[in-house]
Design a protein around this ligand. Sequence first.
Ligand code: UT7
Length: 332
Amino acid sequence: MSKITAAITGVQGFVPEYVLTNKELESMVDTTDEWITSRTGIKQRHILKGDNLGPSDMAAPAVIELMKKTNTKPDEVELLIFATVTADMIFPAAANLTMHKAGIKGGFGYDINAACSGLLYSLATASKFIESGQYKKVIVCGFDKMSSIVDYTDRTTCIIFGDGGGAIMLEANTEGLGIQDSILESDGSGWKHLHQKAGGSAMPPTQQTIADRLHYVYQEGQPVFKWAVSKMADVSRDIMDRNNLNPDDVAYLVPHQANLRIIEATRRRMEVAPEKVMINIQKYGNTTSGTIPLCLWEWEPKLKKGDNLILAAFGGGFTWGAIYLKWAYDSK
Ligand code: UT7
């Protein structure tokens, strides 16, 4: 029997309608379009407006469209893994809510919290279920509603983040296409540089935690930047080397979109040409778990069966990693 691999057979993105531009941010905090563009590459980001809406409300329409695109009936979906740091509720999982809203009644689902590396952790985990031969169709979602944990009075963080993400169908493949290799790493000592102080069980919400604005993203930009540049570049190069990939063999680098300068450092280390790098940070900002599926969705029409892709990310935790995959289809 030929080896089973887990191949991506469809991608569907979703971003909410409202666009928050750098210009609008200029009226909210002491910043300029010029500073944001030159330091991060971001021009605008999408924001989910409306009461009682969470990542599952962005994921469900994407999952419904994804099932249509891949001729999948809801009862064929065996597992849905949801990468997020902003789940609709502490429990149940955003995966369960998404399955319910998308009309998926069988199967099971759970969330993975690995910050900006969540999509990679989820894809790698999902691939193991398929490679085992036990599961044939698994959906991986990566969505965040970062606007729910961003302090719009803090100019160092509010300019970076946006809402949105995408859903990815993974199916069993016997042609050797799909996920070939993954390297996932973490170092919990990095927690102090990037975290949300209150709202978890260690510091449940109180009037004081709210008054002290502790329910927002806390980030020390410089150390996070230094770690991100070194780890994302190292891991991307490592996965190329251990799979004997030359820069010419790589069709695309699919980097987490946190900062244009981090992406450029990774590209240089991999020695791939600039046109081989998926970049849409200018439109969406950093959507945490959502950046990589939003890239794959946007580039899907250009991708060819057999293309070698390197996915790479770095995020809170600290977490980081890379995945090497062979694209499995030509766009219709
Ligand atoms: O997604 C997962 C993980 N997150 C990341 O990968 C983010 C990594 N970090 C970064 O991308 C960058 O560190 C930031 C974009 C967050 C900040 O850029 P930076 O070049 O590291 O700026 P900085 O923090 O060193 O600040 C430089 C100056 C400071 O002023 P002084 O002290 O030099 O007078 C800041 O107060 O820029 C100031 N500043 C701003 N000025 C205008 C900080 N934010 C802003 C702003 N507008 N929005």
